[in-house]
Write a protein that binds this ligand. Structure first.
Ligand code: SF4
Length: 375
């Protein structure tokens, strides 16, 4: 039986955040119905062609999955009910969710919510074009708890325009008081052609200095660890046994299949993604031409797979188990990557212990330099 994870992309949002370059649309509401029909066709086709699957995790991301009618989510998840997935996550954003939606999610098997907060400071939320304020987040969070969601992630961002370390402290204190099981801490990345890039160029806003941002990360790490959150991946912290299984599988190079616009898949050593053209995607699904939506990104040979395994594995705080690498590839990573590892150890970015290869504290701050060695 083949074990896979499932990713489902819902590319609709109420409004585009200023920093966003994800595949998501704010003005295509009239296509939502058609889109969901298309994604259902794509899933049904896949499930028919691939019998004997074990689906352990499902992740519904976006966009803002909670911005569409919850009966759409219900219809999609009903397709997977026979597989009895253990972890089913949906991303929700404050300001797009209500009791009825949350109750529907619960009814159809969602057992993990990921709520996009980003900051407790309303002036910072405004700077990045979020549609909600902190009070909206609290309403969503408490409603979710009341309805019975116990496994909740809160997304939080550092490196925001005009953000100070005191803001980071404030948000962390307020969030931790709510006792979510999982907290993600992401750095703002300014992508070209986003509104935030223009605002910076015009001098309307200012980003914290790099060192200040590193201090924010360091503060968040120490604070969350002191509060009993296990730092298990560069950006992710969880209470014991509440790590995201879906994401851990991705970092362990397990197979997954993505459905929907621009969704990525990794199967049989091939990485591919679906088209990013919404109208095309829908049309191809309507015509049953599902293969036409697929764009192959990479066909891996053994060495490429080993490189990627290193890159992904080093995201985890425990790093790469040398034994697991040997079990998977029949080779010793220290021997294959001795040149790269020697250099990274010398630079103080990576440490090699008897059983593991992992990032040092300095390596956490400069992880990009480490990954570059394995591309
Ligand atoms: S909610 Fe997420 S996907 Fe939607 S615009 Fe904002 S950052 Fe982008």
């Amino acid at each position: 039986m083949k074990k896979i994870g499932i990713y489902i992309h819902i590319p609709f949002c109420k409004q585009k955040c200023y920093y966003c370059d994800f595949i998501s649309f704010a003005q295509k509401e009239e296509l939502q119905e058609k889109y969901v029909k298309a994604i259902i066709q794509e899933i049904e086709y896949f499930l028919k062609e691939n019998q004997n699957l074990k689906i352990a995790t499902i992740y519904i991301g976006g966009g803002t999955p909670s911005s569409i009618n919850s009966r759409h989510i219900e219809k999609i998840l009903q397709l997977f009910a026979p597989y009895q997935p253990e972890e089913v996550t949906i991303e929700v954003n404050p300001g797009t969710v209500n009791r009825e939606k949350l109750e529907t999610y619960k009814k159809v098997g969602v057992n993990r919510l990921s709520i996009g907060l980003q900051s407790s400071e309303n002036r910072l939320l405004k700077n990045i074009g979020r549609i909600h304020n902190f009070e909206d987040f609290l309403t969503t969070y408490h409603l979710a708890k009341e309805i019975g969601f116990s496994n909740i992630n809160v997304d939080f961002m550092i490196g925001l325009p005009e953000q100070s370390i005191a803001d980071v402290k404030n948000t962390l204190e307020k969030v931790v008081k709510l006792e979510p099981k999982h907290i993600s801490v992401y750095s703002l990345i300014v992508e070209e052609n986003t509104k935030i890039a223009q605002m910076l160029e015009k001098g309307e806003i200012k980003l914290p200095e790099e060192e200040e941002e590193r201090n924010m990360y360091g503060y968040a790490k120490n604070f969350l660890e002191l509060q009993g959150y296990h730092h298990y991946e560069i950006s992710n912290f969880a209470k014991k046994d509440y790590e995201s299984r879906h994401n851990l599988d991705c970092w362990e190079q397990k197979e997954y299949v993505g459905f929907g616009l621009a969704a990525h898949s990794y199967i049989e050593k091939i990485r591919y993604s679906n088209t990013e053209d919404l109208e095309n995607y829908i049309q191809n699904c309507e015509e049953g031409n599902f293969q036409k939506n697929k764009i192959i990104q990479e066909k891996q040979n053994e060495f490429m797979q080993e490189q990627e395994y290193m890159m992904l594995g080093l995201r985890k705080i425990d790093g790469i188990s040398i034994q697991s690498f040997k079990n998977k590839f029949g080779e010793n990573p220290i021997f294959i990557f001795r040149k790269e590892l020697n250099q990274l150890v010398e630079e103080g970015l990576v440490v090699v212990t008897e059983n593991h290869i992992k990032l040092t504290r300095k390596g956490l701050d400069f992880a990009n330099l480490v990954w570059e060695e394995f591309v």
